[in-house]
Design a protein around this ligand. Sequence first.
Ligand SMILES: Nc1ncnc2c1ncn2[C@@H]1O[C@H](COP(=O)(O)OP(=O)(O)OP(=O)(O)O)[C@@H](O)[C@H]1O
Ligand SMILES: [Mg+2]
Length: 329
Amino acid sequence: MSSAIIVRNLAKRYRVKKRISLLRSHTEVIEALRGIDFTVNYGEVVGLLGPNGAGKTTTIKILATLLLPDSGEAYVAGYNVIKNAGEVRKRIGIMLTVEKGFYGKLTGRENLEYFAALYGLDRVRSKDRIDYLIRLLELDKLGADYKLLEEFSLGMKARLSLARALLSDAPVLLLDEPTLGLDPPSARRIRELVRDLAHKEGKAVLYTTHNMFEAELVCDRILLINKGMIAAWGTPQELKMRIPKLRVIAINIKGEGRVDRILESLGVKYEIKSEENSINSIRIHAERPEDVFNDVVRKFIASGFEIVSARIEEPTLEDVFIYFSEGSL
Ligand SMILES: Nc1ncnc2c1ncn2[C@@H]1O[C@H](COP(=O)(O)OP(=O)(O)OP(=O)(O)O)[C@@H](O)[C@H]1O
Ligand SMILES: [Mg+2]
């Protein structure tokens, strides 16, 4: 696999005028990116995750040549985003959260025809491509052929935006929160499509989302960005393994006896909540819970308890997100 996106020590500052009083203002510098490095390969979906204001959209805009970085380098499909912006633009499909440029008085299909012409796509080929994309995103069923864009719902606009990003069949896709505000079936459709684009068609996809469930489903790798820096990266599974302190054994037992004594004899850290029907709900914290799981269960059975349920709770991607973005607010 070769790298479709290479980012090296990329930094971006915004200068904003802040008004202090009616006549006085001063310039404030916002460090949106403080030198980030990463790569995205063809055939994979990489998720860019992080709290609000972390620098995700800024990164996407720099890669899409919509914004100039202050320092560092970025290459897309082998081309430098500053020196070869035109070549980069030919090789990317972009979808931004705040969609601009669609025409309210044109239908969905007419909007796509307009953009195909703007991108300089061949007329005959682009007609086939638009037919294909309208069917792929099920926009035909939603009336994209007769409804004007101003009559489109949010979900329809999102589908149309993705269709526009796919018009030129570009090898690199930059998708900023493509499922924001979509209903579950639409979001699922888009997720499946994005995975197929990477895994079946070999495209490189950089994808942002605030939905952790979705990130886990869609992304092969995740970059966690916080305050303009990469806080952690890896596969969802690797990231979860990086926060071992959050792994617990959750066990519910029924019976009479000194639960605390048993736990102490096992030498583990625990919390006990006594519930109704003499059920004790226990949470055992362990770095490697699988090492003690069998001992715990055996000991309770040997002491005459009934095991109602017992399982190892893995940290979720949400735990990872919170762990690595702590103190960011
Ligand atoms: N045009 C701009 N002018 C000034 N500051 C900006 C501009 N765009 C973004 N910023 C600032 O840069 C930082 C990074 O913003 P960015 O939009 O990249 O964050 P994000 O990770 O996409 O956040 P979100 O999850 O809210 O979309 C923030 O502090 C933001 O306020
Ligand atoms: Mg953003």
